[in-house]
Design a binder for this molecule. Structure first.
Ligand SMILES: Cc1cc2nc3c(=O)[nH]c(=O)nc-3n(C[C@H](O)[C@H](O)[C@H](O)COP(=O)(O)OP(=O)(O)OC[C@H]3O[C@@H](n4cnc5c(N)ncnc54)[C@H](O)[C@@H]3O)c2cc1C
Ligand code: FES
Length: 385
């Protein structure tokens, strides 16, 4: 077959065009691949920077007085890394002084967008070891903290209305939730009922008042229990009917409460009696094991089955300490019921000083936190595989 010179020119032209396109596509893909690889590398470095091993050192960068007995502590990571992502409502657990066994938890009050610096607000408790220690700190001091933890957060309800109830220092996780929502331009109704004794006990009152003026869908009700000179603020206690009066559509909301048990339990009762679903009520309790009343533990000896060995519990220590005293080495980290490292499935009845380190699902599955659990009946620990 004979090829004309015109056809030869055309074929050569197409060959060159094809080769050029091939190289062009090859270089574009390679450049994109490199970019992707670089992005992956950057991400890995970022992740490495955010890694938080065991207890991490934080620097106190600023201390501000919020009320007569609450200070806000501004903290940065010593290695200048960003804080890992946390959810508004979560808390940090700190080593108190030089004692690795003495841990106290404090809710993050900063909103969850702030990752260079975080803040906690600590109320000074007369005779309280942890809170007094915090109030003795100065700018530049180092504190050791575990990574943010906790299951009391409300990111999962999209645009449903929120009803927040705080008592005293219980405002801290709720303040973080509210400011985080408002920062994310949330436009659902947000109601906050905040009870304290006197006007001088109100933390974050100035920013909350300001936010309520700025956002028409955020409603703020501070309530004072004691008779107060400040006649502008409502006096009384937070009750179900009181909430109903000021927020008639309260049944549309998801409820988050943090404060004294008397307040949160009586409101829970009211909500449930009025047909409100239990799975839309979330509570946080600011207890620590040092405040746990050991008189609730029965005096009679109780059998404990651990790793196929029968032990006799006739003491008043938590189950983690009891197992250690019997020569075992169960896992643990914080020893105050917040990190979840010591969780174990157990059959039997226990009393826990706090359940902060367990998800509601884990609680339903029968997990206990051995560091804060005390037996009320014979206990059989499930074997680990
Ligand atoms: C998940 C979680 C989040 C928390 N968030 C915060 C927070 O944001 N801000 C904050 O200030 N605290 C918070 N707490 C409480 C905090 O961890 C400590 O329990 C609190 O600071 C008291 O510890 P302490 O070492 O000073 O007192 P302790 O030495 O443990 O107790 C000393 C004495 O004070 C009494 N006492 C303890 N707590 C109280 C109390 N609340 N009111 C009255 N008497 C008390 C005890 O009965 C005891 O007699 C939180 C606790 C948890 C579990
Ligand atoms: S050791 Fe952290 S929850 Fe028990």
């Amino acid at each position: 077959m004979l090829i004309t010179s015109e056809e030869l020119i055309q074929a050569t032209f197409h060959f060159f065009l094809g080769t050029l396109s091939f190289f062009l596509i090859f270089f574009i893909l390679r450049a994109q691949g490199k970019k992707k690889f670089l992005k992956l590398n950057e991400l890995q470095t970022l992740r490495k920077k955010n890694l938080w091993h065991e207890k991490s050192p934080l620097i106190v960068t600023k201390i501000t007085r919020e009320t007569h007995n609450i200070n806000i502590f501004h903290l940065k990571r010593k290695d200048e890394a960003q804080f890992p992502f946390f959810k508004a409502g979560q808390f940090l657990s700190f080593q108190i002084g030089n004692n690795p066994q003495l841990i106290r938890s404090y809710s993050l009050v900063s909103n969850s967008n702030q990752r260079n610096e975080i803040q906690i607000a600590v109320k000074k408790i007369p005779g309280g070891i942890g809170s007094q220690w915090f109030h003795s700190l100065h700018v530049g001091d180092l504190v050791l903290a575990y990574a943010p933890q906790g299951h009391f957060y409300d990111t999962q309800f999209a645009s449903q209305a929120r009803l927040y109830v705080a008592g005293g220092i219980g405002i801290t996780p709720l303040y973080s939730m509210i400011t985080s929502h408002l920062n994310h331009q949330a436009n659902f109704p947000i109601y906050l009922f905040y009870g304290v004794r006197t006007a001088q006990d109100l933390a974050f009152h100035v920013p909350l008042t300001h936010l309520a003026k700025e956002h028409f869908h955020f409603h703020y009700f501070p309530i004072l229990a004691d008779n107060d000179e400040n006649k502008e603020l409502t006096q009384g206690v937070i009750t179900g009917p009181f909430i109903q009066k000021l927020y008639p559509h309260w049944k549309e909301a998801v409820v988050f409460m943090c404060g004294p048990e008397g307040l949160t339990h009586s409101l829970s009762d009211f909500f449930l009696k009025n047909g409100f679903p239990k799975d839309r009520i979330f509570l946080e309790k600011f207890s620590n094991p040092s405040t746990f009343n050991l008189e609730q533990i029965p005096d009679d000896p109780l059998p404990i089955l651990w790793e196929n060995q029968k032990l006799q519990y006739n003491t008043k220590v938590n189950l983690l300490t009891f197992l250690e005293q019997n020569g075992f080495n169960p896992p643990f980290a914080c020893r105050v019921g917040v990190c979840g490292s010591c969780k174990h499935k157990a059959l039997g009845q226990t009393l826990m000083a706090t359940t902060s380190g367990l998800t509601p699902q884990e609680q339903a599955q029968g997990y206990i936190l051995t560091c804060v659990a005390y037996p009320l009946s014979p206990i059989e620990f499930e074997e680990t595989t």
